[in-house]
Design a protein around this ligand. Sequence first.
Ligand code: 8YV
Length: 311
Amino acid sequence: MTVDILQLCPLTPFLETELAKRFTIHRLFEMEDKAGFLAANGDSIRVAVTGGHLGIPADLAAALPKLEIVAINGVGFDKVDLAEAKRRGIRVSNTPDVLTADVADLALGLILAFGRQLPRADAYVRAGKWLSADMGLSTRVAGRRYGIFGLGRIGMAIARRLEGFDARISYSARSKRDVPYDYHETLVALAANCDVLILAAAATAETRHVVNAEVLDALGPYGTLVNVARGSLVDEQALVVALRDRRIGGAALDVFEDEPRVPEELFGMDNVLLAPHLGSATHETRRAMADLVLANLDAHFAGMPLPTAVV
Ligand code: 8YV
C-alpha cells in the first residue's frame, strides 16, 4: 500500500520523480477544489512536502488528521507552527547548510549588480545607446561599510565573502559573537553605521517589520538595503515610501512580504533591483535540497531519526 503525500508547491523534476517512485502524490497547489479534495481525502495524507517560503497553513495542517511529517524543501521553518506540530507529534524536517553558499552568493550578486548598475548596463548596451551616449558612473563595492543583520550560517557566509572585498563589516544579532566584526546592539545603530544593510536573519515574531521607517532613515539617502532573508523582516510600505522619497539610496530585494506579489510601485523605480526569490535556486543546490528531503522521508518511514530534523 503506498503512502499518500500532499505536495504544496512545485518542486524540481528530479524531486517529483523520486517522490513518485515512493509515494502517491497529490498536487494540492494545482487543484481547483482544494476544500473538496481535503474533505474527501484529508484523512489519508501522511506526508506534506512544502517550500520554506510557504510552510503549511494552520487550517491545512488541521485538515490532515493523519499527518506524520512535514518535509520542508528549504531551510526556513517560519511558516510552520512548530508548537502545534510538537503537540500533535508531527515531525518537521528542513534542508539547512546545503543552500548557505548560494544564498550568500546571491547577496553578493545583488550588491555587485546594484552597486555597479549591471541591469542598467545590460539594457544600455542592448538598446544600442553605447554608440551615442555615456552610461554614467556607478558605485564602488570594495572597501565600503557593510552591516549584516543576523549572523547565522548565511550571515557568516556573506561576511566571509565580503572580506574578499576589503569590506568594513559590522553586524547586529541576538548576541555578540566571537568574530572580528563590530557589533551593534540595535538595528538602528547598525543601519546608521553602514553603507549597505544586508538582512540575513530568520523570520520570527521578533524580527517581523524590524526594518521600519526609523531604520530606513538611519540607513539614509546613500544607503542600500539588501534582503535575502524573508520579506516579513521589512515593513514594505515604509520601504516603498522611503525609496519613493529617496530617503534611502536604494534596495536590492530577493524576497517580499506577500511574494510572488511585489508592490507595483517598485516596478517603476530606478533605485531598486528585484529578484524572484532566487537564493537557493541553482541546479546544484536544489539537487542537494531534494536529496535531503528524500533522506528525511526515507528515515521517517524506516523509523530512524531524521537527518535534519526541526521537530
Ligand atoms: C526557497 C527558502 O524559496 O530555504 C528557504 O527557506 O525560502 C528557499 O530556499 C524554497 O524553500 C524552495 O522550495
